[in-house]
Design a protein around this ligand. Sequence first.
Ligand code: UDX
Length: 429
Amino acid sequence: MRLALIGTGYVGLVTGACFAEVGHHVICVDNDPAKIKLLQEGGIPIYEPGLKELVERNVAAGRLSFTTRTEAGVQASDVVFIAVPTPPLPDGSVDLSFIEKVAREIASAMTSYKIVVDKSTVPVKTGDKVAETIKRYCKAKVEFDVVSNPEFLREGFAVEDLMHPDRVVIGVKSPRPVNTMKQVYAPFNAPIIVTDINSAELIKHASNSFLALKISYINAISVICEATGANVQEVANGMGMDERIGRRFLDASLGFGGSCFPKDLSAFIKIAEQVGYEFGLLKEVQKINTVQMERFVKKIADTLWVLKDKKIGVLGLAFKQNTDDVRMSPAIDLCQRLQKEGALLRVHDPKAMEKAQAVLKDVTYVGDMNAVADGCDALVVATEWDEFKKLDLARCREAMTHPILFDGRNLFDPVEMEKLGFIYKSIGR
Ligand code: UDX
Protein backbone atom coordinates (compact mmCIF):
# COMPACT_ATOMS: atom_id res chain seq x y z
CA MET A 1 0.00 0.00 0.00
CA ARG A 2 1.05 3.62 -0.43
CA LEU A 3 1.21 5.48 2.88
CA ALA A 4 2.19 8.97 4.00
CA LEU A 5 3.19 9.94 7.53
CA ILE A 6 2.83 13.64 8.27
CA GLY A 7 5.20 14.41 11.13
CA THR A 8 8.55 12.66 11.39
CA GLY A 9 9.11 12.66 15.17
CA TYR A 10 9.41 9.63 17.44
CA VAL A 11 6.03 8.26 16.40
CA GLY A 12 5.97 9.21 12.71
CA LEU A 13 9.50 8.13 11.89
CA VAL A 14 9.42 4.77 13.66
CA THR A 15 5.91 3.99 12.39
CA GLY A 16 6.89 4.94 8.82
CA ALA A 17 10.02 2.79 8.96
CA CYS A 18 8.07 -0.22 10.32
CA PHE A 19 5.35 0.16 7.66
CA ALA A 20 8.10 0.15 5.00
CA GLU A 21 9.72 -2.88 6.61
CA VAL A 22 6.56 -4.96 6.08
CA GLY A 23 6.42 -3.95 2.41
CA HIS A 24 4.38 -0.74 2.18
CA HIS A 25 5.62 2.29 0.22
CA VAL A 26 6.03 5.10 2.70
CA ILE A 27 6.67 8.83 2.40
CA CYS A 28 7.59 10.60 5.64
CA VAL A 29 6.80 14.32 5.63
CA ASP A 30 8.09 16.97 8.03
CA ASN A 31 8.07 20.76 7.90
CA ASP A 32 11.55 20.91 9.46
CA PRO A 33 13.93 21.14 6.45
CA ALA A 34 17.01 20.37 8.60
CA LYS A 35 15.46 17.10 9.83
CA ILE A 36 14.43 16.02 6.34
CA LYS A 37 17.88 16.88 4.94
CA LEU A 38 19.52 14.82 7.69
CA LEU A 39 17.24 11.85 6.92
CA GLN A 40 17.80 12.17 3.17
CA GLU A 41 21.55 12.09 3.83
CA GLY A 42 21.26 8.90 5.89
CA GLY A 43 21.25 10.48 9.39
CA ILE A 44 18.74 9.68 12.16
CA PRO A 45 17.55 12.57 14.37
CA ILE A 46 16.73 10.39 17.43
CA TYR A 47 18.20 7.37 19.18
CA GLU A 48 15.91 4.34 19.10
CA PRO A 49 17.28 0.78 19.14
CA GLY A 50 17.10 -0.86 15.69
CA LEU A 51 15.77 2.26 13.93
CA LYS A 52 18.92 3.20 12.02
CA GLU A 53 19.21 -0.24 10.37
CA LEU A 54 15.49 -0.26 9.58
CA VAL A 55 15.61 3.15 7.90
CA GLU A 56 18.78 2.33 5.95
CA ARG A 57 17.39 -0.99 4.71
CA ASN A 58 14.07 0.44 3.55
CA VAL A 59 15.51 3.58 1.96
CA ALA A 60 17.89 1.30 0.01
CA ALA A 61 14.95 -0.90 -1.04
CA GLY A 62 13.14 2.19 -2.37
CA ARG A 63 10.20 1.80 0.03
CA LEU A 64 10.94 4.75 2.32
CA SER A 65 11.53 8.39 1.39
CA PHE A 66 11.46 11.81 3.03
CA THR A 67 10.10 15.19 1.95
CA THR A 68 9.08 18.56 3.36
CA ARG A 69 6.12 18.74 0.94
CA THR A 70 2.80 17.59 2.43
CA GLU A 71 1.24 17.83 -1.01
CA ALA A 72 3.70 15.29 -2.42
CA GLY A 73 3.02 12.86 0.42
CA VAL A 74 -0.76 13.18 0.22
CA GLN A 75 -1.03 12.88 -3.55
CA ALA A 76 1.19 9.78 -3.73
CA SER A 77 -0.68 7.90 -0.97
CA ASP A 78 -3.92 6.01 -0.28
CA VAL A 79 -3.71 6.48 3.47
CA VAL A 80 -2.36 9.61 5.17
CA PHE A 81 -1.36 9.36 8.85
CA ILE A 82 -1.21 12.45 11.05
CA ALA A 83 1.66 12.02 13.53
CA VAL A 84 2.39 15.55 14.71
CA PRO A 85 2.94 16.69 18.31
CA THR A 86 0.02 17.48 20.60
CA PRO A 87 1.86 19.39 23.35
CA PRO A 88 0.29 20.50 26.63
CA LEU A 89 -1.02 24.05 27.11
CA PRO A 90 -0.31 25.83 30.43
CA ASP A 91 -3.74 24.80 31.81
CA GLY A 92 -3.07 21.09 31.13
CA SER A 93 -5.32 20.85 28.05
CA VAL A 94 -3.96 19.82 24.66
CA ASP A 95 -2.63 22.18 21.99
CA LEU A 96 -4.31 20.92 18.83
CA SER A 97 -3.00 23.65 16.54
CA PHE A 98 -0.54 21.32 14.74
CA ILE A 99 -3.31 18.80 14.07
CA GLU A 100 -5.62 21.52 12.74
CA LYS A 101 -2.89 22.97 10.49
CA VAL A 102 -2.01 19.56 9.06
CA ALA A 103 -5.70 18.74 8.49
CA ARG A 104 -5.97 21.94 6.42
CA GLU A 105 -2.80 21.12 4.49
CA ILE A 106 -4.01 17.60 3.74
CA ALA A 107 -7.40 18.96 2.67
CA SER A 108 -5.95 21.40 0.18
CA ALA A 109 -3.62 18.75 -1.28
CA MET A 110 -6.37 16.11 -1.77
CA THR A 111 -7.45 15.47 -5.38
CA SER A 112 -8.91 11.96 -4.89
CA TYR A 113 -10.44 9.78 -2.10
CA LYS A 114 -8.11 9.48 0.93
CA ILE A 115 -8.21 7.84 4.31
CA VAL A 116 -6.89 10.34 6.85
CA VAL A 117 -5.73 8.61 10.01
CA ASP A 118 -5.05 10.33 13.29
CA LYS A 119 -2.16 8.62 15.06
CA SER A 120 -1.27 11.47 17.42
CA THR A 121 -2.69 11.30 20.95
CA VAL A 122 -5.74 13.57 20.94
CA PRO A 123 -8.77 14.30 23.16
CA VAL A 124 -11.96 12.40 22.47
CA LYS A 125 -14.01 14.05 19.68
CA THR A 126 -10.95 15.38 17.80
CA GLY A 127 -11.79 13.07 14.88
CA ASP A 128 -15.05 14.99 14.32
CA LYS A 129 -13.14 18.27 14.22
CA VAL A 130 -10.56 16.87 11.78
CA ALA A 131 -13.36 15.68 9.48
CA GLU A 132 -15.10 19.06 9.67
CA THR A 133 -11.85 20.88 8.87
CA ILE A 134 -10.99 18.66 5.91
CA LYS A 135 -14.48 19.10 4.49
CA ARG A 136 -14.23 22.88 4.83
CA TYR A 137 -10.76 23.26 3.28
CA CYS A 138 -10.86 20.62 0.53
CA LYS A 139 -11.25 22.67 -2.66
CA ALA A 140 -11.47 19.55 -4.85
CA LYS A 141 -14.48 18.39 -2.78
CA VAL A 142 -13.36 14.74 -2.97
CA GLU A 143 -14.57 12.04 -0.58
CA PHE A 144 -12.53 10.98 2.44
CA ASP A 145 -12.75 9.06 5.70
CA VAL A 146 -11.23 10.01 9.03
CA VAL A 147 -9.90 7.15 11.18
CA SER A 148 -8.50 7.14 14.72
CA ASN A 149 -5.57 4.75 15.09
CA PRO A 150 -3.71 5.56 18.33
CA GLU A 151 -0.09 4.52 18.84
CA PHE A 152 1.00 2.48 21.85
CA LEU A 153 4.75 2.45 21.33
CA ARG A 154 7.16 2.86 24.20
CA GLU A 155 10.25 4.92 23.50
CA GLY A 156 13.33 2.73 23.67
CA PHE A 157 11.25 -0.26 22.51
CA ALA A 158 9.39 1.50 19.71
CA VAL A 159 10.50 -0.77 16.85
CA GLU A 160 9.73 -3.89 18.87
CA ASP A 161 6.31 -2.53 19.99
CA LEU A 162 5.39 -1.58 16.43
CA MET A 163 6.51 -4.80 14.81
CA HIS A 164 4.73 -6.89 17.48
CA PRO A 165 1.77 -4.87 18.75
CA ASP A 166 -0.48 -6.23 21.55
CA ARG A 167 -3.42 -4.81 19.61
CA VAL A 168 -4.27 -2.42 16.80
CA VAL A 169 -7.16 -0.02 17.46
CA ILE A 170 -9.08 1.28 14.47
CA GLY A 171 -11.78 3.85 15.16
CA VAL A 172 -14.15 4.59 12.28
CA LYS A 173 -17.40 6.39 11.54
CA SER A 174 -18.42 4.15 8.62
CA PRO A 175 -17.26 0.67 7.45
CA ARG A 176 -15.71 2.09 4.24
CA PRO A 177 -12.05 2.49 5.45
CA VAL A 178 -11.99 -0.70 7.55
CA ASN A 179 -10.69 -3.13 4.91
CA THR A 180 -7.91 -0.83 3.78
CA MET A 181 -6.85 -0.24 7.39
CA LYS A 182 -6.86 -3.99 8.00
CA GLN A 183 -4.63 -4.43 4.95
CA VAL A 184 -2.19 -1.85 6.31
CA TYR A 185 -1.87 -3.84 9.53
CA ALA A 186 -2.26 -7.39 8.15
CA PRO A 187 1.52 -8.06 7.99
CA PHE A 188 1.87 -7.41 11.74
CA ASN A 189 -0.37 -10.37 12.69
CA ALA A 190 -1.85 -8.52 15.66
CA PRO A 191 -5.39 -8.58 17.03
CA ILE A 192 -7.36 -5.72 15.48
CA ILE A 193 -10.22 -4.04 17.30
CA VAL A 194 -12.62 -1.86 15.31
CA THR A 195 -14.54 0.74 17.31
CA ASP A 196 -16.21 4.11 16.82
CA ILE A 197 -13.83 7.08 16.66
CA ASN A 198 -14.61 8.45 20.13
CA SER A 199 -13.90 5.09 21.78
CA ALA A 200 -10.60 4.70 19.91
CA GLU A 201 -9.50 8.15 21.07
CA LEU A 202 -10.52 7.30 24.65
CA ILE A 203 -8.69 3.95 24.59
CA LYS A 204 -5.42 5.84 24.27
CA HIS A 205 -5.92 8.29 27.14
CA ALA A 206 -7.52 5.60 29.32
CA SER A 207 -4.60 3.20 28.72
CA ASN A 208 -1.81 5.66 29.44
CA SER A 209 -3.56 7.02 32.52
CA PHE A 210 -4.05 3.47 33.80
CA LEU A 211 -0.35 2.65 33.32
CA ALA A 212 0.64 5.85 35.16
CA LEU A 213 -1.83 4.87 37.89
CA LYS A 214 -0.16 1.47 38.17
CA ILE A 215 3.24 3.11 38.71
CA SER A 216 1.87 5.58 41.28
CA TYR A 217 0.14 2.69 43.04
CA ILE A 218 3.39 0.75 43.50
CA ASN A 219 5.18 3.98 44.46
CA ALA A 220 2.57 4.52 47.18
CA ILE A 221 3.12 0.92 48.32
CA SER A 222 6.87 1.69 48.43
CA VAL A 223 6.19 4.30 51.13
CA ILE A 224 4.42 1.69 53.26
CA CYS A 225 7.27 -0.76 52.62
CA GLU A 226 9.86 1.74 53.81
CA ALA A 227 7.84 2.42 56.94
CA THR A 228 7.41 -1.27 57.77
CA GLY A 229 10.62 -2.93 56.59
CA ALA A 230 8.91 -4.79 53.73
CA ASN A 231 10.43 -5.03 50.24
CA VAL A 232 8.46 -3.42 47.41
CA GLN A 233 9.99 -5.68 44.77
CA GLU A 234 8.78 -8.77 46.60
CA VAL A 235 5.35 -7.20 47.02
CA ALA A 236 5.26 -6.37 43.28
CA ASN A 237 6.36 -9.90 42.35
CA GLY A 238 3.65 -11.39 44.54
CA MET A 239 0.98 -9.07 43.18
CA GLY A 240 2.14 -9.48 39.59
CA MET A 241 1.69 -13.25 39.62
CA ASP A 242 -2.05 -12.64 39.70
CA GLU A 243 -2.89 -12.56 35.99
CA ARG A 244 -5.56 -9.96 36.63
CA ILE A 245 -2.86 -7.58 37.89
CA GLY A 246 0.31 -8.50 35.94
CA ARG A 247 3.90 -7.69 36.94
CA ARG A 248 4.68 -5.07 34.27
CA PHE A 249 4.70 -1.37 35.25
CA LEU A 250 4.97 -2.28 38.93
CA ASP A 251 8.58 -1.11 39.30
CA ALA A 252 8.79 1.43 42.08
CA SER A 253 10.94 4.40 41.11
CA LEU A 254 11.64 8.05 41.76
CA GLY A 255 8.56 8.71 39.59
CA PHE A 256 7.43 8.49 35.98
CA GLY A 257 8.17 11.07 33.30
CA GLY A 258 8.57 11.40 29.56
CA SER A 259 6.62 13.12 26.86
CA CYS A 260 3.47 10.99 27.34
CA PHE A 261 2.36 10.06 30.85
CA PRO A 262 2.54 13.51 32.51
CA LYS A 263 0.95 15.20 29.49
CA ASP A 264 -1.74 12.55 28.92
CA LEU A 265 -2.74 12.54 32.59
CA SER A 266 -3.23 16.31 32.62
CA ALA A 267 -5.12 16.14 29.34
CA PHE A 268 -7.41 13.35 30.54
CA ILE A 269 -8.19 15.20 33.78
CA LYS A 270 -9.07 18.27 31.66
CA ILE A 271 -11.19 16.23 29.22
CA ALA A 272 -13.12 14.78 32.17
CA GLU A 273 -13.58 18.25 33.64
CA GLN A 274 -15.01 19.48 30.34
CA VAL A 275 -17.68 16.77 30.40
CA GLY A 276 -18.51 17.53 34.02
CA TYR A 277 -16.54 14.79 35.84
CA GLU A 278 -13.87 15.50 38.42
CA PHE A 279 -11.26 12.76 37.92
CA GLY A 280 -9.92 12.85 41.49
CA LEU A 281 -8.30 9.44 41.10
CA LEU A 282 -5.97 10.73 38.38
CA LYS A 283 -5.21 13.90 40.33
CA GLU A 284 -4.00 11.62 43.12
CA VAL A 285 -1.82 9.73 40.61
CA GLN A 286 -0.13 13.04 39.74
CA LYS A 287 0.25 13.96 43.41
CA ILE A 288 1.85 10.63 44.33
CA ASN A 289 4.32 11.11 41.46
CA THR A 290 5.37 14.56 42.70
CA VAL A 291 5.62 13.40 46.31
CA GLN A 292 7.75 10.41 45.24
CA MET A 293 10.38 12.77 43.80
CA GLU A 294 10.23 15.02 46.87
CA ARG A 295 10.70 11.99 49.13
CA PHE A 296 13.76 10.91 47.14
CA VAL A 297 15.36 14.37 47.34
CA LYS A 298 14.61 14.45 51.08
CA LYS A 299 16.28 11.06 51.48
CA ILE A 300 19.44 12.47 49.90
CA ALA A 301 19.27 15.70 51.90
CA ASP A 302 18.61 13.91 55.20
CA THR A 303 21.63 11.64 54.66
CA LEU A 304 24.08 14.31 53.47
CA TRP A 305 22.66 16.88 55.94
CA VAL A 306 23.75 19.95 53.94
CA LEU A 307 23.64 19.78 50.13
CA LYS A 308 25.38 23.09 49.47
CA ASP A 309 28.79 22.46 47.85
CA LYS A 310 28.41 18.66 48.11
CA LYS A 311 29.66 16.84 45.02
CA ILE A 312 27.00 14.42 43.74
CA GLY A 313 27.39 12.02 40.82
CA VAL A 314 24.21 11.33 38.85
CA LEU A 315 23.88 8.27 36.61
CA GLY A 316 21.16 8.72 34.02
CA LEU A 317 19.56 11.78 32.42
CA ALA A 318 17.07 10.23 29.98
CA PHE A 319 13.50 9.75 31.28
CA LYS A 320 14.07 6.00 31.02
CA GLN A 321 16.58 3.58 29.52
CA ASN A 322 17.23 2.97 25.81
CA THR A 323 16.37 6.50 24.74
CA ASP A 324 18.08 9.87 24.36
CA ASP A 325 14.83 11.66 25.25
CA VAL A 326 15.04 14.02 28.23
CA ARG A 327 11.58 15.58 27.93
CA MET A 328 9.93 15.70 31.40
CA SER A 329 12.73 13.45 32.62
CA PRO A 330 12.62 12.70 36.36
CA ALA A 331 16.45 12.52 36.22
CA ILE A 332 16.71 16.11 34.95
CA ASP A 333 14.10 17.25 37.51
CA LEU A 334 16.18 15.59 40.24
CA CYS A 335 19.40 17.26 39.04
CA GLN A 336 17.74 20.67 39.01
CA ARG A 337 16.32 20.16 42.51
CA LEU A 338 19.78 19.17 43.82
CA GLN A 339 21.36 22.17 42.07
CA LYS A 340 18.81 24.46 43.72
CA GLU A 341 20.10 23.26 47.10
CA GLY A 342 23.64 24.15 46.02
CA ALA A 343 24.95 20.66 45.12
CA LEU A 344 27.67 20.37 42.46
CA LEU A 345 26.87 17.68 39.92
CA ARG A 346 28.87 15.23 37.81
CA VAL A 347 26.48 13.53 35.39
CA HIS A 348 26.48 10.76 32.78
CA ASP A 349 24.00 9.13 30.42
CA PRO A 350 24.83 6.53 27.76
CA LYS A 351 22.75 8.30 25.06
CA ALA A 352 21.13 11.48 26.37
CA MET A 353 24.11 13.75 27.18
CA GLU A 354 23.78 15.81 24.02
CA LYS A 355 20.06 16.48 24.45
CA ALA A 356 20.53 17.09 28.20
CA GLN A 357 23.06 19.87 27.55
CA ALA A 358 20.28 22.08 26.20
CA VAL A 359 18.32 21.93 29.46
CA LEU A 360 20.83 21.10 32.19
CA LYS A 361 23.56 23.72 32.64
CA ASP A 362 26.44 24.18 35.09
CA VAL A 363 27.13 20.47 35.62
CA THR A 364 30.16 18.39 34.65
CA TYR A 365 29.29 15.95 31.86
CA VAL A 366 31.39 12.79 32.29
CA GLY A 367 31.95 10.41 29.35
CA ASP A 368 32.82 7.30 31.40
CA MET A 369 30.13 6.02 33.79
CA ASN A 370 32.80 4.63 36.11
CA ALA A 371 34.41 8.08 36.49
CA VAL A 372 31.20 9.84 37.59
CA ALA A 373 31.79 8.99 41.26
CA ASP A 374 35.30 10.52 41.31
CA GLY A 375 35.60 12.86 44.29
CA CYS A 376 31.87 12.67 45.03
CA ASP A 377 30.11 12.70 48.40
CA ALA A 378 27.28 10.60 46.98
CA LEU A 379 26.24 8.76 43.84
CA VAL A 380 22.66 8.67 42.55
CA VAL A 381 21.04 6.30 40.02
CA ALA A 382 18.28 8.24 38.24
CA THR A 383 17.61 6.17 35.09
CA GLU A 384 17.27 2.39 34.84
CA TRP A 385 19.92 1.79 32.12
CA ASP A 386 20.92 -1.89 32.15
CA GLU A 387 24.57 -1.00 31.74
CA PHE A 388 24.61 0.76 35.11
CA LYS A 389 24.27 -2.72 36.64
CA LYS A 390 27.84 -3.32 35.36
CA LEU A 391 29.21 -0.29 37.19
CA ASP A 392 32.67 -0.92 38.71
CA LEU A 393 31.40 -0.45 42.25
CA ALA A 394 34.76 -1.11 43.93
CA ARG A 395 36.35 1.62 41.81
CA CYS A 396 33.50 4.01 42.60
CA ARG A 397 33.76 3.27 46.33
CA GLU A 398 37.50 4.07 46.35
CA ALA A 399 37.06 7.25 44.30
CA MET A 400 34.39 8.75 46.56
CA THR A 401 34.95 10.83 49.70
CA HIS A 402 32.43 8.49 51.32
CA PRO A 403 30.60 5.60 49.59
CA ILE A 404 26.93 6.57 49.66
CA LEU A 405 24.61 5.43 46.86
CA PHE A 406 20.99 6.52 46.34
CA ASP A 407 19.29 4.17 43.90
CA GLY A 408 16.15 5.74 42.43
CA ARG A 409 15.56 2.69 40.22
CA ASN A 410 16.31 -0.26 42.53
CA LEU A 411 19.06 -1.52 40.20
CA PHE A 412 21.28 -2.98 42.91
CA ASP A 413 20.83 -5.53 45.66
CA PRO A 414 20.78 -3.91 49.15
CA VAL A 415 22.58 -6.83 50.82
CA GLU A 416 25.36 -6.89 48.19
CA MET A 417 25.78 -3.13 48.40
CA GLU A 418 26.18 -3.25 52.15
CA LYS A 419 28.75 -6.06 51.79
CA LEU A 420 30.65 -3.82 49.38
CA GLY A 421 30.76 -1.15 52.08
CA PHE A 422 28.20 1.29 50.70
CA ILE A 423 25.60 3.23 52.62
CA TYR A 424 22.84 2.26 50.20
CA LYS A 425 19.34 3.72 50.00
CA SER A 426 16.81 2.68 47.39
CA ILE A 427 13.02 2.86 46.88
CA GLY A 428 10.68 0.85 49.11
CA ARG A 429 13.28 -1.64 50.33
C1 UDX B 1 4.20 5.40 27.21
C2 UDX B 1 3.32 4.15 27.01
O1 UDX B 1 3.95 3.02 27.65
C3 UDX B 1 3.11 3.87 25.52
O2 UDX B 1 2.23 2.77 25.36
C4 UDX B 1 2.50 5.12 24.89
O3 UDX B 1 2.23 4.96 23.55
C5 UDX B 1 3.42 6.31 25.12
O4 UDX B 1 3.61 6.49 26.52
P1 UDX B 1 6.82 5.94 27.07
O5 UDX B 1 6.45 7.33 27.53
O6 UDX B 1 7.72 5.79 25.91
O7 UDX B 1 5.50 5.10 26.68
O8 UDX B 1 7.52 5.20 28.32
P2 UDX B 1 7.13 4.06 29.38
O9 UDX B 1 7.96 2.88 29.12
O10 UDX B 1 5.68 3.86 29.46
O11 UDX B 1 7.64 4.74 30.73
C6 UDX B 1 7.11 5.98 31.21
C7 UDX B 1 7.76 6.39 32.52
O12 UDX B 1 7.36 5.52 33.57
C8 UDX B 1 9.28 6.35 32.51
O13 UDX B 1 9.78 7.49 33.21
C9 UDX B 1 9.61 5.07 33.24
O14 UDX B 1 10.88 5.05 33.81
C10 UDX B 1 8.50 5.04 34.28
N1 UDX B 1 8.20 3.69 34.78
C11 UDX B 1 7.74 2.72 33.94
C12 UDX B 1 8.32 3.40 36.15
O15 UDX B 1 8.72 4.27 36.94
N2 UDX B 1 7.99 2.15 36.59
C13 UDX B 1 7.52 1.18 35.77
O16 UDX B 1 7.23 0.07 36.26
C14 UDX B 1 7.41 1.47 34.39
